[in-house]
Design a protein. Structure first.
Length: 311
């Protein structure tokens, strides 16, 4: 049987082409299933080539792997002309751990987990990207905040990076009506992935250009936030960003904390007292007055450094 385009894409490690065909809104699912049950001249299904070429992990690769298995779960135990199953090939070729683990499950486990369960367990970045996209489109900002609050920050950052920062682009298109939760979400998103602000679509447009487009007309507050630069975001503490854009919410979140800190300093410390912050001292900082090494941050502003109370 001749190869179909999915065999060829997988042989070339063109994961984006495969993923694009799988998520195309005009795709013919029945045709896709037939292609993933089709063997090439080596008796291999697309799954065998996936196993042979998947040495380097990417989130797109894992998405392709889960989708492939869900299109034909029986492929997990299907042998090619050499008598090898996909997991045999994956182990022999040194496939990445994510694909090896995925190909190690049984057709019965795939059936039990279902499509959503498979994505949530084996492709969490793609799963949560889809969830965030749905919440942003439906303006369910509380759900977006809940996801950020309850999940590991590394996962949150990977979700925001996935799809060339497509979530922030979608956000810019859905921000006509202002509310504090909307602006807070924008700040949290760009604070975790500042480079999303300079991501460009295939036409070369920045995120802020979408927000300003007459078709979307984002509110002025969101345009101001999306006009910030990655450099500014990276060097500005989040409380400062929040204070500048949302002073009311800044007080709500940091007010009690700041009040307690001020009280402790008043009761316990002299105005010139210095506080040691180990994370800031590595590498050693120079005193802003005498340039001596080993300076400590000022207890009041944390931004200037001194070697002693006298300085």
């Amino acid at each position: 049987m001749p190869s179909n385009e999915h065999h060829k894409w997988l042989k070339k490690r063109d994961w984006p082409a495969v993923r694009g065909a799988m998520i195309n809104p005009n795709r013919d699912v029945d045709l896709l299933v037939r292609k993933y049950k089709g063997r090439d001249e080596h008796g291999r299904l697309p799954h065998h080539w996936l196993a042979a070429k998947a040495q380097t992990h990417t989130h797109t690769l894992v998405h392709v792997g889960v989708s492939s298995i869900c299109l034909n779960r029986e492929a997990l135990t299907t042998r090619d002309n050499k008598g090898e199953t996909p997991i045999d090939i994956a182990r022999r070729s040194g496939a990445c751990a994510e694909i090896t683990g995925l190909l190690s499950i049984t057709p019965e486990e795939v059936r039990s987990l279902g499509l959503d369960g498979m994505f949530r367990l084996y492709a969490p970045v793609h799963f949560w990207w889809d969830e965030m996209a749905l919440w942003i489109q439906s303006r369910s900002y509380a759900d977006c905040h809940k996801f950020i609050n309850e999940h590991d920050d590394e996962l949150v950052c990977e979700v925001l990076k996935y799809g060339d920062s497509g979530l922030l682009l979608l956000f810019a298109q859905q921000s006509k009506v202002y509310n504090d939760s909307l602006a807070f979400l924008a700040l949290r998103m760009i604070h975790r992935h500042p480079l999303s602000l300079i991501a460009r679509d295939p036409h070369g447009q920045l995120i802020v250009q979408y927000a300003e487009h007459p078709q979307f007309r984002a509110c002025r507050e969101i345009i101001n936030i999306l006009s910030l630069t990655p450099k500014y975001i990276s060097r500005t503490p989040f409380p400062t960003l929040l204070l500048q854009s949302l002073p009311t919410m800044h007080h709500e979140i940091y007010g009690p904390y700041n009040t307690v800190c001020a009280f402790i300093k008043l009761m316990k410390y002299d105005k010139a007292e210095l506080v040691e912050v180990e994370a800031v001292l590595k590498p050693a900082r120079k005193c802003d007055v005498c340039s001596s090494l080993g300076a400590k941050p000022c207890a009041r502003c944390i931004n200037t450094f001194y070697c002693s109370a006298e300085c």
